[in-house]
Design a protein around this ligand. Structure first.
Ligand code: URA
Ligand code: CA
Length: 432
């Protein structure tokens, strides 16, 4: 087999065979096929697309390029959840204990990563003592005993995806549905769960800016998952404005605690139910999505979800008293209010720009080497559709430095007040 022939085949819109796809991915992982040939192939895929069969094969070839996590020692249906990435997305912190409270095993690997805030692991580290470096045996024991553990990424998962994603980044081939879908799904499948719930974000703060694109990506990932034997469902959700009110690490932990008590922001709560009910349903714990949602509401009401969060923190070395005393979480030195300069209704809160404002405070990493300030971030006091009067606070800045004029400027530039506006739809649909 020659790589040049395979590039030509895809360039001309033909379908690659399973063997050809494995040849490419294996050769690329071992550095036997050079970057320039894989770049040309990625561009051909960008223009010619891939069939459903090719997408599944590409995904599995990338899964087999490295280690796969074996969760078979954990009893029950393991359900994972993945978000395509947004601003102030606190859902994992809520969903993991919420679903585990219904005896559904949550064996989650989570990342740190770059972004407006840290990843789930960073957020959890704002709880004193919490650690995510847990050995395989302890991880399995914790999930079998208490149904929940979240560990940092370890092992050599999907090295082919790492190489290919980095290459796509510099060859203008990131934005291709078959390449994005196989990239995300390969990582989820290698992480070992039996079922996967996807939160595909749409809007200013997301990869996918339009409903059509988000639907196409959701459909592509759900088809890949089901075609390779993992039950998969997706929700398409709004990311035009940040999710919930908190954007920041410790601030989001507090927001998650509120939500587990039933007093969190309405949009975050609604999305947690939309995703959580699919997780419960896929775990075979409910016979319909409606029944699944009722079960979730019950464990919030009776306190089991909150207790599960305490148990989880304690199991991983953290201080569970933060749940009842959130003031023990890292606190920023300064709180600065950004006041409305006109009357009206909030019409726009541009998610990615507001996320960048949080990052400027130190809530997220600019480069892999940056350190995060767990205490800082933003609290949105108004969301789209809320009316506001001059002098009312739009946003509270939590900062460890006094001068935040650039952050204030960014916030004013990205919150628009109009005469009238409606809150956006939160869930645009589900794909099964
Ligand atoms: N996220 C991924 O993991 N891969 C992509 O290709 C795009 C977004
Ligand atoms: Ca939030």
């Amino acid at each position: 087999m020659r790589m040049v022939d395979l590039i030509e085949k895809k360039r001309d819109g033909k379908e690659l065979t399973t063997r050809e796809i494995y040849y490419i991915i294996e050769g690329y992982t071992k550095d036997e096929i050079p970057d320039y040939q894989v770049s040309a192939l990625a561009m051909a895929i960008y223009f010619q697309d891939m069939t459903e069969r090719e997408r599944a094969d590409l995904t599995m070839a990338m899964v087999h390029s490295g280690d796969m996590i074996d969760l078979s020692a954990i009893a029950g249906v393991k359900v994972d959840k993945h978000s395509t990435g947004g601003v102030g997305d606190t859902t994992t912190l809520v969903l993991a204990p919420l679903v585990a409270a219904l005896d559904i095993p949550v064996a989650k690997m989570s990342g740190r990563g770059l972004g407006h805030t840290g990843g789930t692991i960073d957020k959890l580290e704002s709880i004193a003592g919490f650690h995510s470096e847990i050995g395989k045996d302890e991880f399995v024991n914790l999930v079998n005993k208490d149904k929940i553990s979240i560990v940092g990424q370890s092992g050599n998962l999907t090295p082919a995806d790492k190489k290919l994603y980095a290459l796509r980044d510099v060859t203008a081939t990131v934005n291709s549905i078959p390449l994005i879908a196989s990239s995300i799904m390969s990582k989820k499948i290698a992480a070992g769960s039996d079922a996967i719930v996807l939160d595909v974000k749409m809007g200013a703060g997301a990869f996918m800016k339009t409903l059509e694109d988000a639907q196409e990506l959701a459909y592509a990932m759900v088809r890949i998952g089901n075609n390779v034997g993992r039950k998969t469902m997706a929700v398409i959700s709004d990311m035009s404005q940040p999710l919930g009110n908190a954007i920041g690490n410790a601030l989001e932990v507090k927001e998650a605690i509120d939500t587990l008590q039933g007093i969190g922001p309405k949009d975050l709560e609604e999305l947690c139910y939309a995703l959580g009910r699919q997780m419960v349903y896929l775990a075979n714990k409910a016979s319909s999505l409606e029944e699944a949602e009722d079960m979730l509401k019950e464990v919030i009401r009776n306190g089991k979800a909150l207790n599960k969060f305490k148990e989880f923190i304690l199991n991983q070395g953290g201080d569970p008293s933060v749940v009842d005393h959130p003031e023990k979480l890292p606190q920023a030195e300064y709180r600065i209010e950004v006041l409305a300069r006109e009357d009206g209704v909030v019409a726009e809160i541009v998610a990615d720009e507001i996320g960048t404002a949080a990052m400027l405070l130190g809530a997220g990493r600019v480069t892999k080497e940056s350190t995060i300030d767990l205490a800082v971030g933003l609290m949105l006091n108004k969301k789209i559709g809320d009316s506001v009067k001059v002098g009312e606070s739009l946003v509270t800045i939590h900062s460890n430095r006094e001068n935040v004029s650039e952050v204030i400027d960014k916030i004013y530039a990205n919150i628009r007040i109009a005469n009238q506006a409606e809150p956006p739809l939160l869930v645009y649909g589900t794909v099964v």
